[in-house]
Write a protein that binds this ligand. Structure first.
Ligand code: FES
Ligand SMILES: [Fe+2]
Length: 450
């Protein structure tokens, strides 16, 4: 390990089963070299969440989006097919679509006016006769599609690597939790128009940690916890669990706080909503069976799909997408996913509740952002200090239970450890992890193990 702050020292993770400690090198959050590796290895070679199909419900709808720093057009063509194109003119590379969203059959580049259909074909090249073998030339100059695009339950994923395994293989156990979301309501779910976009002065992995971290809930969000108590709801950490789902995906199963609109009633939602929630619960039992309805309805979930999708199925259902901009800068885009057919009063209550907690100005999100921005500032204290052993963050919580085979709690750090182990593998550092002692045999994957 060098003390030169410009080079990323290995190992990034030290996992010690004799000491029961798990430590993450703080260079992981700071280093430009690590960030470049993530761009080149993680973002270029795995499935990335692009958006939800319902964001572009009609033929000709489009959204401009950026993933892994690459500008993209996410659109539905005139025939209704979903596409993702590089948002870069095949002529000389200009950003082709300069609107954030809209509806169009044609994308015209402002530079030399080349024009493309929304299925990627060239529609017009001014003075095309100046090119030899125009047909062939034209055929070679269509919009560049991303190499892979697959959709699971309306969630659209892309990959810049043509050789990634099928999406469902990548999603593994996370796939069924996404199906459970779609099954919540007859008629399925849809995104509401409008994106909440905010920049955070922190590394993207801090946002992942924060989401997989039930430990911070009571201290960081004590204003909200106080509000829940005052509105007649006991807040508890009992019976709340964390799972490694494999492939870097993680899950928190929460039953001790919150409430979910139309699923888990609590006093602050009011009596009318209690009646609607009961009716909906009965409908779900009939449609899905008792067991499945129980999993869909009675637990809140926070699902992380490696590397850039967070689904907060808590009070309402928020989709969050992480776009790393720099080692210490992340753009977050968020959407509300709601039942397609919803009673207007429930919808109004849902919006009010969501805005007051998980919205960017709610009781929770500013607390969380302050927490991970404070980490980003604080970890400068041990950067390049000449004492590299101090420059690690601790994520050991719950390891003592893990060796005994006890299920990890949401207030432990087991879901984070699963993320970090996968991350260190995904960035392709040979000596990225140092493991001391014997790992427990059964902890690596599956819903019932950490
Ligand atoms: S760069 Fe787009 S038309 Fe020339
Ligand atoms: Fe939080």
């Amino acid at each position: 390990m060098g003390s030169n702050p410009r080079t990323a020292p290995a190992p990034m993770i030290v996992e010690d089963w004799d000491q029961l400690t798990f430590r993450v090198n703080r260079e992981a959050y700071r280093s430009a070299e690590v960030f470049a590796r993530e761009r080149g290895w993680v973002w270029m070679h795995t499935w990335l969440y692009l958006g939800h199909e319902t964001e572009i419900p009609n033929p000709n709808d489009f959204k401009a989006r950026t993933l892994g720093g690459r500008p993209l057009i996410f659109c539905r063509d005139t025939a209704g097919e979903v596409h993702a194109f590089l948002n870069s003119c095949p002529h000389r590379g200009t950003v082709l679509c300069r609107e954030n969203e809209g509806s169009t059959r044609l994308f015209q580049c402002f530079y030399h006016a080349w024009t493309f259909r929304n299925n990627g074909e060239v529609a017009a090249i001014p003075d095309a006769g100046a090119y030899e073998s125009t047909d062939e030339f034209r055929a070679s100059m269509g919009l560049r599609s991303v190499p892979r695009l697959e959709i699971h339950e309306g969630f659209v994923f892309i990959s810049f690597d043509p050789d990634v395994p099928p999406l469902l293989e990548h999603l593994g156990d996370a796939a069924d939790y996404m199906s459970m979301i779609e099954q919540q309501h007859v008629g399925g779910m849809t995104t509401l128009p409008g994106t909440q976009l905010y920049g955070v002065r922190g590394n993207w992995k801090l946002a992942v940690e924060n989401a997989m971290d039930g430990y911070h809930f009571a201290p960081t969000h004590n204003t909200f916890v106080g509000y829940l108590r005052e509105s007649g709801y006991a807040v508890t950490d009992d019976n709340q669990y964390a799972y490694n789902l494999g492939n870097g995906h993680g899950l928190l199963v929460l039953t001790g706080h919150g409430g979910r609109i139309s699923m888990i009633w609590e006093p602050r939602f009011g009596e009318d909503e209690r009646i609607r929630t009961d009716a909906h619960r009965a409908e779900m039992t009939q449609r899905l069976g008792e067991q499945r309805a129980h999993h869909v309805a009675d637990e809140s979930h926070i699902l992380f799909v490696f590397p850039n999708l967070l689904l907060f199925d808590i009070e309402g259902l928020s989709i969050r997408q992480l776009e790393p901009v720099a080692p210490d800068q992340t753009d977050v885009r968020a959407w509300q996913l709601v039942p397609r057919n919803e009673d207007p009063e429930t919808r109004a209550l849902r919006m009010k509740t969501v805005v007051s907690f998980v919205g960017p100005g709610g009781l929770a999100t500013p607390d969380d952002i302050e927490a991970y921005e404070a980490v980003q500032r604080g970890i400068q204290a041990t950067a390049g200090s000449g004492l590299p052993e101090l420059d690690f963050s601790d994520m050991s919580r719950g390891m003592a239970d893990e060796v005994k085979g006890v299920q990890g709690r949401s207030i432990d750090e087991g879901a984070m450890r699963g993320f970090w182990r996968h991350w260190v593998d995904a960035i392709g550092l040979d000596d990225g992890i140092e493991v001391n002692g014997e790992r427990p045999a059964s902890f690596l994957s599956g819903r019932d193990v950490r």
